[in-house]
Design a protein around this ligand. Sequence first.
Ligand code: MLT
Length: 403
Amino acid sequence: MTLAHSVVLRVFPDDCDAYGHVNQAAYLRLFERARWESLASGPGLELFTPDRGWPVVRRSNVEYHAAAFPGNTLRFDMTLTHVGRSSFSVHQQARREHDHALVASADIFFVCIDRTGRPVTVPNGVRERLGTRPDAPGPPLSYRMEGGRHWVMEERGDGPAVVFIHGFPMDRTMWRMLVPPLGGWHRIAPDLPGFGLSDPGTGQASVGNYADGLAGVLDAMRVERVVLCGLSLGGYVAFEFWRRHRARVRGLVLMCTRPEHDGPDARASRESAIASVHQHGLGALAKAMVPRLLSPSTVSGQPAVAAHLRTMMLDSQPEGVIAALRAMRDRADSTALLGEINVPTLVVAGADDAVIPKVTSRAMAAAIPGARFEMLPGVGHVPPLEAPVASGQLLRAFLGGIG
Ligand code: MLT
């Protein structure tokens, strides 16, 4: 059972002991702050009132795993582990944001009481809004489509569907920090053919084939209408999906992407990238791309993000990467589609994106009727990895409006 919201808190010097790291007593306070923040940013503080039932901590167990220091940002995740008649329990974990190391965990047992201090039934909303559905990702689903293309899909949760389409050359794991807190949605993250766990398959890839393949896999999953959230290449696929299957689209989230097709310079650089992969493999591509895709502050402050990006690139299959480079090189221009988009749309840009200039994203948003535009400061081309919490908040607010 999962509480669908995680939060990030910064460690300050007054959280630390004489040895300069966070001590046990401070963790109790930080875990409590994280619970309130999770409630405030998620289900809402009104979930508990003295009239309906108010939780008091009856028992807590905090375990130390690794050190955290002033200035570290810690990500707190919370899981609802038990709901009884008048009690419930949560498990909390705190991880360092820069390297995801688990620094502390806590198990907290609550009893709900009324104004007079007597135990009362746990408010219904706790079961409903803190989430009683299993929310762990299911085992990846594997689909072999006509024409030999292979799609692996990861899915979690239930509710209306939202599909997360990764960028180039990445895979479904680029969403792993952003997706879990979006409870109440059926979240589907494919590996495009040739990336992650999907084989490249045979035949010529095109962005249109990716869009049609996705539609076919959604048919196989019996998912009709979706919100599409695409990053960069994922955005190109979302445009193609819109062109071909727009009746199935409930909303669009276009992250760090552009509607224009490749001009002569971009086509030439696709050719040199293809030649480089042929000659030197994926290592050279990763070396050139990783620093370009991330903001300077991500490169210096979040080495784990750069490492994750590099791993995705090196784990891709060279044939899939070459096929995707050709597909992007030859993709259709989608500029003329923008004015036709009549579903709720969120455009997200990274202020330090060196691949998609801010002006391009802003102009794209302006051309889509009613689109909302959000720019994330200090973020490069991959907001879900570089700023998962801020990106998640944008998404949650947007999806809440579609509901
Ligand atoms: C991506 O992140 O998907 C790529 O930057 C897209 C591109 O090369 O056009």
